[in-house]
Design a protein around this ligand. Structure first.
Ligand code: CU
Length: 67
């Protein structure tokens, strides 16, 4: 199932890479699609979304569910 997160503080490709890395630390790892322009991150994952949001918070990118 696809989940869309609204993520703060994504400004550039380096941010997108850090966001991707933080998300992939949560098992089972998924490859997120990060839209730098909108701050929207789409993930098709079986992982716990709350854990992903917590990992993003810790990395400095506060996130919330966009849907
Ligand atoms: Cu950046």
């Amino acid at each position: 199932m696809s989940t869309i997160l609204s993520v703060s503080n994504i400004h550039c490709g380096a941010c997108a890479a850090r966001v991707t890395k933080a998300i992939q630390k949560v098992e089972p790892a998924a490859v997120p699609v990060v839209d730098v322009a909108t701050g929207r991150v789409t993930i098709d994952t079986a992982a716990d979304i709350a854990s992903i949001i917590a990992a993003l918070d810790k990395a400095g990118y506060p996130a919330s569910l966009a849907q």
